[in-house]
Design a protein around this ligand. Sequence first.
Ligand SMILES: Nc1ncnc2c1ncn2[C@@H]1O[C@H](COP(=O)(O)OP(=O)(O)OP(=O)(O)O)[C@@H](O)[C@H]1O
Ligand SMILES: Nc1ncnc2c1ncn2[C@@H]1O[C@H](COP(=O)(O)OP(=O)(O)OP(=O)(O)O)[C@@H](O)[C@H]1O
Ligand SMILES: [Mg+2]
Ligand SMILES: [Mg+2]
Lengths: 227, 227
Amino acid sequence: LLSLANICKSYAMGEEEYEVLHDVNLTIERGELISIFGPSGSGKTTLMNIIGCLDVPTSGEYVLDGTLVADLEPRQLARIRNKKIGFVFQNFQLLPRLNTFSNVELPLIYSGLKAAERRQRVLGMLELVGLSHKAESFPNQLSGGQQQRVAIARSMVTEPSIILADEPTGALDQKTGQQIMDLFRQFNQAGRTIIMITHDPIVAAIAKRTVRILDGRLSEEGGAINA
Amino acid sequence: LLSLANICKSYAMGEEEYEVLHDVNLTIERGELISIFGPSGSGKTTLMNIIGCLDVPTSGEYVLDGTLVADLEPRQLARIRNKKIGFVFQNFQLLPRLNTFSNVELPLIYSGLKAAERRQRVLGMLELVGLSHKAESFPNQLSGGQQQRVAIARSMVTEPSIILADEPTGALDQKTGQQIMDLFRQFNQAGRTIIMITHDPIVAAIAKRTVRILDGRLSEEGGAINA
Ligand SMILES: Nc1ncnc2c1ncn2[C@@H]1O[C@H](COP(=O)(O)OP(=O)(O)OP(=O)(O)O)[C@@H](O)[C@H]1O
Ligand SMILES: Nc1ncnc2c1ncn2[C@@H]1O[C@H](COP(=O)(O)OP(=O)(O)OP(=O)(O)O)[C@@H](O)[C@H]1O
Ligand SMILES: [Mg+2]
Ligand SMILES: [Mg+2]
């Protein structure tokens, strides 16, 4: 499905360059459930942004679905993001002016689905994340964990082939977090590729495959984490 | 130090009222290290906002340092917030236009300290949270966990008598989270009251006293949580 070869990423800090990712090599097959596990500041979100075509590497080669991502035009990249990938952002990125229903519906707006179909999909997702009763609430009327679950619902509503989830249970208590993990597992069993980025060994433990990241370098785990 | 008696809090939802907190009774003594533990949506942040004088209850009585909070004027409330309480907000609330140093320095600006003293305090706090090397970074140049630690440094820099910390390690890996817990412990041992709001039993476990909250109702735990 995707292959990263010798990916490096640096940020400009005034006169200096700060290299965050160092020669990252990673291949992820279709249908995998994988976690990228590492401590705060290790480069997880940076790596996720590259995988999700939200940012470009400083150097290296990224091939997604057989296509070299560097050759794609912005419109093609936007299409990939909208159609193929569902994102759960670390800080959720809900639109404050939209209520829960509309935040979850947003990715469907340009999908060609009719309003009635969109409605059905959105309500179905809200039920799966336990937020049917909050459909009319705005983000500032939701708890932290409720906002996260809206973000999760939004990531799944287009039924994308890839889900990229950055710390997807950080704001959730254990029970709610496990319900969300079950949901990700179901999505994976239905054929979707799930890539979880996390510092939490309990979250990492649900994946069959874990890749560790530390100071921008990856190392393969060889199997699941035992939490 | 503070006493909440029969506190209720409702939010207006269109025509209806949604009652979030139901007859909350809680007394916290000076110098305690207490956690308020409960699941997502249980009312933790709502309760914290009341304790921190950021919101008012719908009914009930709140007495802080011998003063009925309802009798205080906005200016007096602002003074309490600025001088007595350090806040670690769930979504951090860093100012995006200020770098790390200036975000941490902000509470000191009106304290009367000289620039050199402020500088010393801020740099000291940044060292305690392991972010000296990020003093010039802006929030959008920091990882999620780094932002949280900036928020934690900012909560402590005025050396307030009370720290209110809402999910203070949600964005941190275990090791970094433990370092932050040790910092809270040190602050407590120096006489400060630490009130932690959390859904994480590991965080709750460091307190000597845990109060559970579920659907807006408190129940006393009787001792520490065993995580
Ligand atoms: N835009 C940026 N400019 C400069 N440095 C950045 C930028 N974004 C991230 N960094 C730095 O790169 C490093 C990795 O950041 P990243 O957000 O990828 O970490 P992370 O593993 O997601 O951490 P966390 O678990 O705290 O979210 C950090 O030291 C961070 O300060
Ligand atoms: N401004 C508001 N208007 C309406 N309802 C609100 C408002 N703020 C919070 N709520 C609701 O009150 C309940 C409690 O919210 P609160 O933020 O206190 O929960 P919490 O325990 O902090 O949860 P979390 O662990 O997810 O952060 C939730 O059901 C939430 O949707
Ligand atoms: Mg991150
Ligand atoms: Mg909360």
